[in-house]
Write a protein that binds this ligand. Structure first.
Ligand SMILES: Nc1ncnc2c1ncn2[C@@H]1O[C@H](COP(=O)(O)OP(=O)(O)OP(=O)(O)O)[C@@H](O)[C@H]1O
Ligand SMILES: [Mg+2]
Length: 257
């Protein structure tokens, strides 16, 4: 049995014929929280899409394993079934499909028939409560007319209802107000403290260290031009806040990192 964890090894991927990921290595152990930061266009979302199995993202080499199981080559739904959850920077609206039905269908696909309808209902109301979300949310169409903060809360509700093994969150924190950021932090923490939640590993893609005030990251990685150029502890995020990316860029250019 291979070692547990979400392991990205030597991942190379391209989009529309251009190589974007140039050898990513990153391992998220069960229960740990990793933050991935980096300037615009460095390839963070490309990493998330490549892990999700999005058809526009072409993985040329490398691997992504989840508790030993290779994900590259699997259809996106199989990856979800293995226990991978991804939330995206710009989630799509699905007019005509209610939040309740959407989450029920997603749960059925990932964990078929493990909850009776009554248990599912009880669980979703409990999670709504934790997230300070109104029950009226359930009958609205998915992301249709949702504000940025509401979209984020819906993602957190999905995350809580699917209880994955590993979650990759591509944060839109630039568009979120402090309350929405706190809601993301609170829901991640609530999930980590819930039954079976403490083993969930997180990879949180973010621009600003702000979110890390609410979720304590064990590791912080900096991506530039399709590579992880520096890894460290939470202090790395504060350094970025203070100095921006220029200093690290200079270090990379000088071959110091
Ligand atoms: N579908 C696509 N077609 C063409 N180019 C793409 C596509 N997706 C990504 N790219 C390019 O890949 C590069 C990396 O983009 P990516 O979205 O991964 O960056 P990012 O680090 O997530 O940036 P941001 O911080 O702005 O979210 C960019 O130059 C982008 O234009
Ligand atoms: Mg992005």
């Amino acid at each position: 049995m291979s070692e547990r964890g979400l392991r990205i090894s030597h991942l190379h991927a391209s989009v529309a014929g251009t190589q974007i990921l140039k050898g990513i290595d990153l391992a998220v152990a069960p229960g740990s929280v990793h933050a991935l930061m980096g300037p615009n266009g460095s390839g963070k979302s490309t990493l998330a899409f490549s892990m999700a199995g999005h058809p526009s993202y072409d993985v040329a080499s490398g691997s992504v394993t989840l508790d030993g199981e290779e994900l590259i080559g699997l259809a996106p739904d199989k990856r979800a079934k293995s226990g991978l959850f991804l939330s995206f920077q710009y989630p799509a609206a699905i007019p005509g499909v209610s939040v309740a039905n959407f989450i029920r269908t997603a749960r059925q696909a990932v964990k078929p028939d493990d909850l009776t309808p009554a248990k599912f209902r009880a669980m979703i109301f409990e999670k709504l409560d934790t997230l300070d979300m109104d029950a009226a949310f359930l009958s609205r169409y998915v992301n249709d007319g949702f504000s940025g903060g509401e979209k984020k809360r819906l993602e957190m509700l999905q995350l809580a209802m699917l209880s994955p093994k590993y979650a990759v969150l591509d944060e839109t924190d630039s568009g979120l107000d402090v309350d929405a950021l706190k809601a993301v932090g609170k829901s991640v923490n609530a999930l980590r403290e819930s039954d079976g939640g403490k083993d969930i590993g997180f990879l949180i893609i973010t621009h600003y260290p702000r979110i890390l005030q609410y979720i304590a990251a064990d590791h912080v990685h900096i991506m530039m031009d399709g590579r992880i150029v520096k890894s460290g502890g939470p202090e790395l995020a504060n350094l970025i806040e203070r100095d921006g990316y220029d200093k690290i860029r200079e270090e990379v250019a000088a071959g110091a990192v």
